[in-house]
Design a protein around this ligand. Structure first.
Ligand SMILES: CC/C=C\C=C\CC(=O)SCCNC(=O)CCNC(=O)[C@H](O)C(C)(C)COP(=O)(O)OP(=O)(O)OC[C@H]1O[C@@H](n2cnc3c(N)ncnc32)[C@H](O)[C@@H]1OP(=O)(O)O
Length: 275
């Protein structure tokens, strides 16, 4: 598939290197605030990338001066049924589940996703980046689990994923309960991001370099590794070991294994078939 196959109003897709896609949240005039269209576009683009045999790793960033300012506060279309809390509740649940699915599409996308974060990364931005595999930031990046400040408990991933990304649960609870800003230095110290570089250009370059390294691997190995890491995060060590044994009893039969092993020994670059 080529860039022209990716037609979205609020996300831009390019292919800066072989087997690497770059997704940009693209409402720069509104600081990439996430409106209804963007929720849907994020889900759709990651589902499409999952099924694209020409993509093996993905960079995710924001266009303009930030990653995202979070939920679009001016275009909330909440499914309220007047004078009926019960019917409203029945409509709210699928509404929230749909938004969750849009971001879970990043986590279950098969291909590794590297977030390149600059400027504000607020509210929904934390939900998005915790669904990514790797997070890099520029020095000017700052973050806030802002939901508490707009009167809601975060409901599209942060409260579930952030404690699994960062081991320091006291820090996580402080952020989620206060909504205070934290900068890229603090994010690095706490392990929320794994690299901080000078500016937007550098953070996209760093993410692209990592995505390119991943894209050079056997897709069978890279997809399996992401899948097993996600599974193991949510299960006991023994369950994870049993699961990877089952997975690999099939996957180890791939010709990618002898191809990769031979390339290692010959100190050459292996070429792997498309999925
Ligand atoms: C079911 C619920 C699911 C998910 C829930 C997620 C919850 C959240 O995401 S909570 C977080 C919500 N976001 C915020 O509270 C941040 C709001 N924005 C700001 O505080 C500021 O914009 C800023 C990020 C601090 C940046 O300030 P500044 O540099 O002064 O720029 P502005 O002039 O404020 O913004 C430029 C332009 O963008 C528009 N905009 C910015 N953020 C949003 C937003 N979140 N929603 C809608 N629009 C936004 C702003 O209005 C400006 O537009 P103009 O047309 O130029 O006026």
């Amino acid at each position: 598939m080529s860039a022209s196959a990716y037609n979205f109003e609020t996300v831009k897709v390019s292919f800066p290197a072989e087997f690497v896609a770059h997704v940009e949240l693209n409402r720069p005039k509104k600081l990439n605030a996430i409106n209804d269209t963007m929720w849907t576009d994020i889900g759709a683009v990651f589902n499409q990338l999952r099924d694209d045999e020409n993509v093996r790793a993905i960079v995710l960033s924001g266009s303009g001066r930030c990653f995202t300012s979070g939920l679009d506060l001016f275009s909330l279309n909440l499914p309220v049924v007047p004078d009926d809390p019960s019917r409203t509740a029945f409509k709210f649940r699928p509404y929230i589940k749909k938004l969750q699915d849009c971001l879970t599409a990043i986590e279950i996308c098969d291909k590794a996703v590297v977030a390149a974060i600059h400027g504000p990364c607020i509210g929904g931005g934390i939900d998005i980046t915790t669904a990514c595999d790797i997070r890099y930031a520029s020095k000017d990046a700052y973050f806030s689990v802002k939901e508490v400040d707009i009167g809601l408990a975060a409901d599209v991933g942060t409260l579930q994923r952030l404690p699994k990304v960062v081991g320091n649960i006291g820090w996580v609870r402080e952020l989620c309960l206060t909504g205070r800003n934290f900068d890229s230095k603090e994010a690095l110290e706490q392990g929320f991001v794994s690299k901080v570089v000078d500016d937007y250009k550098a953070v996209v370059a760093a993410a692209l370099a990592t995505a390119t390294l991943i894209a050079e691997k056997s897709p069978v190995a890279a997809i399996g590794t992401k899948h097993i890491l996600n599974y193991s995060r949510d299960h006991t060590v023994q369950e994870g070991l049993d699961y990877v044994a089952t997975w690999n009893q099939v996957m180890l039969t791939t010709p990618d294994l002898p191809t990769a092993a031979a390339a290692q020994m010959q100190k050459t670059k292996a070429v792997f078939a498309k999925l």
